[in-house]
Design a protein around this ligand. Structure first.
Ligand code: EPZ
Length: 437
């Protein structure tokens, strides 16, 4: 398995371009199932998870092509296998996003349950309950969701989510786009990726209002057309590079990213004393973070958008490991999203855990060591800590990183990091067969 080797202690300076967002691209690809016309995509990131979703669509019979400029074309007119097999779903739980579209388009679906993952149980009960409310008949057996629509077409319904669920909102919004009548989603997710999906569905002919708020209204239409869709910038990737600049005492600008995607994160960086600048040059938005010396410690609590993103909790913790003073970090979304803590401790971090709360006592310096990636965002926090640590840090199981960060060692290397990937010859072509977050 690949590992990444970092010689820390070098300030990162310069600018990188944000890729298209993984968590926007995945539902957008699933939306191609809703039409029998071709859908074209721009700014599709080159990531392992995207490859998995494309493989899933091709497995259903779709015709998919992709170039190296981030352009993808999906044509599901010949799709005839409304399935998502365990072999694919277990490597990417977001495969469940095909369930709503398959039911809306074909009236049946057989989708493997994703199973658990590193950061939590992550059930999909709210997805299934919502689809049943819309007229689906669902059986869960042998590790699969077997769903049919006896009436032939789903019908609109009022669905109130017990908890905010991002892919639950996206799955049901896509199902409702072709349902008979009106669907109202209450306590809906407000993430920018949900809005990107709603904008895209509207381009395909859907009637959707209220996306970005906690109440989304969808009036089903009889069919949707193909369209050209654009993936929004990856706010989590961008924030990770901004954090890389700060943790190394440097000055990093991320281009092609709108600052309003990261309001909560940037506010906490400002509270911590970082220099944060946002702007637009020649029509291109950018965010710049400049180190003003050692950060102050600040407390964070994760919450659904527009709150502090859970996907940035591990990265922010890495920053606080070398801040002055102590910070309290509360994780309210997932029950086990502190897997990075024991690895950060190996680099000299002082962190005490108490349930879903971590207290980080900032230290003057971290020291490099071998560490192990456990999930996507935890591995990003280890990269950040390795950039700050004195000496060498070797991060193993970096396939976790490759799921969500496009060419991370190239982008960090271009900013001045001493970072390289080691691919042992034996594992060159072995695909890790492991459940992921
Ligand atoms: C999405 O996951 C993201 N993934 C996650 O990003 C992100 O961490 C998460 O939203 C929260 O922002 C994609 O968009 C592909 P949820 P999702 O449903 O939709 C519970 C990354 O690093 N829940 O919003 O699966 C669930 O257990 C990934 O890029 C139920 O109980 O998350 C969690 O505690 C990691 N029943 C909470 O709700 C359900 O039916 C929020 O989960 C669904 C969710």
């Amino acid at each position: 398995m690949d590992s990444i080797i970092i010689q820390g202690g070098r300030p990162l300076n310069g600018s990188v371009e944000a890729s298209g967002a993984k968590n926007a691209a995945l539902p957008l690809l699933a939306a191609a199932i809703l039409t029998d016309q071709p859908v074209e995509y721009h700014r599709m990131p080159h990531l392992r998870d995207i490859t998995t979703m494309i493989t899933l669509l091709a497995n259903q019979g779709a015709d998919v092509s992709m170039d190296d400029q981030g352009r993808v074309r999906v044509d599901t007119s010949s799709s005839n296998n409304p399935e998502a097999p365990y072999e694919l779903v277990k490597t990417m739980r977001a495969s469940a996003l095909v369930l709503g579209p398959l039911l809306a388009r074909f009236g049946r679906a057989r989708v493997s349950l994703p199973g658990g993952c590193a950061i939590g149980a992550r059930p999909m009960d709210m997805h299934l309950k919502g689809l049943e409310t819309m007229g689906a008949v669902i059986r869960v057996e042998h590790g699969y969701v077997d769903a049919t629509v006896p009436a032939g077409r789903l019908h609109g319904a009022r669905i109130a989510f017990d908890k905010v669920t991002v892919t639950g909102t996206e799955n049901l919004m896509m199902a409702a786009a072709l349902a008979d009548g009106e669907t109202i989603l209450e306590n809906a997710a407000r993430e920018p990726e949900v809005v990107n999906l709603a904008d895209s569905l509207r381009k395909m002919g859907a009637d959707i209002k209220g996306d970005g708020s906690s109440k989304i209204t969808i009036l089903g239409v009889s069919s949707l057309a193909g369209a050209e869709l654009s993936v929004i910038a990856d706010r989590i990737e961008a924030a990770t590079y901004l954090a890389a600049g700060l943790i190394s005492g440097g000055d990093v600008t991320v281009r092609k990213i709108e600052a309003d995607l990261l309001d909560a994160f940037l506010a906490r960086l400002r509270d911590a004393g970082a220099g944060v600048e946002v702007g637009e040059t020649d029509g291109e938005s950018w965010i710049r973070c400049k180190s003003n010396g050692r950060l102050n410690s600040v407390n964070i609590e994760t919450s659904p958008h527009p709150g502090f993103p859970t996907d940035l909790q591990a990265q922010f913790m890495a920053l606080m490991c070398i801040a002055s003073g102590s910070s309290v970090i509360r994780e309210t979304i997932f029950e086990n999203r502190f897997m990075h803590v024991q690895e950060l401790r190996r680099l000299g971090a002082r962190i005490v855990l108490n349930g879903n709360t971590a207290v980080v006592e900032g230290v003057a310096e971290l020291s490099g060591a071998p560490v192990m990636a456990t999930d996507l965002r935890a591995s990003a926090s280890l990269v950040l800590a390795g950039l700050a640590a004195q000496g060498e840090t070797v991060i193993s199981r970096v396939y976790h990183i490759d799921r969500g960060y496009e060419r991370i060692e190239e982008k960090l290397g271009a900013l001045g990091a001493s970072i390289r990937r080691n691919t042992p010859h034996t594992d060159m072509f072995r695909r890790p067969d492991i459940a992921t977050d």
